[in-house]
Design a protein around this ligand. Sequence first.
Ligand SMILES: [Mn+2]
Length: 426
Amino acid sequence: MELAALHRAHVEKLARETAAALEKTGFSAVVIHSGTLLKRTEADDQYWPLRPTPHFQHWLPLPEPGCFLVIAPGRKPALHRSPEQSFWEAPAPLESEHFWGSFDVAVGKPSLPPGRVAFVGDDLRAAGGLEANPPSLVSALDQLRVTKTPYEIECLAEANRRGARGHEELRKLFKGGDKAELELHLAFLGATRQDDAETPYKNIVALGRHAATLHHIAYEKRAQPAGSLLLDAGACFAGYCSDITRTWVKGGGALASAYGQLVAGLESTQQRLCASVRVGMPYEELHDQSHRLAAGVLREVGISRSSVDELVSRGITRAFYPHGLGHSLGLQCHDVGCALRPPRKDNPFLRNTTVIAEGQVFTIEPGIYFIDALLEPLRDSADVDWKLVDGLAAFGGVRIEDDVVVKADGIRNLTREVLPQGGGVA
Ligand SMILES: [Mn+2]
């Protein structure tokens, strides 16, 4: 189906569900604000590019400040654009015009529908006396973002196609010779046709031991020899994000080959986890499974000879793999609505604690790293090959991440359909 038709069906469903959320929470209508440009500092007159509020983008991908969207049950959604025109700047041209048909468009402030009207938005100065961001309504609207419509899945698939071009380009550049992280970052922006501020999150480009910094965004500006590249970077389409990580290895020697084995082990772990996704399974159970599989990889590579049970119960896998298995994905890279309850105490960074349901989109991203601060307390353990660990530390770590859609009988892997390999020899 065409994007415009998919979007029309998306807005119809969203309108029905929003009407139900309004009724449940005692409101007659909601006004959703697109956002206001934020100053870079109060001392200056420069502004950051707009990131429209996700609640607004759930309806339409219009990156324009000062817009009001009025949603009143039984009425066509009304979009009111700001009359303010600046002759200093002009908005970026729209990438796609597929969404206009679903809205009555006007210029200027909206006249309010009768009854109890809520305001949803970041800039409370725009609320004009309305009840701003009532928690019951905001959390009901967040729940509408947990499962994705066919329109949203198509946008997420396009975001993956865009991101894949950058990943493929950087694999080739890394293979071709010594590069600077900054140079790789800029090449990713070029290959995906994005400016830095448009990416879903700051590209993580880590060569060699920098991969041990989970969010390495302080790029080295000089070319450096490195045996590994960890690239965690995505792209946006119509407000929807892709979030993709690949890890590549090059060069010879015993350590490079042990590290290659680690990458291969994590790749098969990641694929097994993707194949285990089932409707009705708590996501945290999948996270627990990922620790048992990671323990198996530590054993295969020779990092430890302890049993899988011991490696998990003594917290050793948590020192090598400290983050959560993944998170909900959508208009926000870490999307809302999937962490209504906190994770167990031993999974402090897990961002998804829902029961897996059809139509959810989330990441599957196990990792194994050599992070000094986390390994230091284990240095007394005789059952870890510290000589091997210290050698592998030059490669930083491994992470492999795909974006998957839950289907009735398994998953659709949006990332693998355009980027078949999770990592390995570049
Ligand atoms: Mn992620």
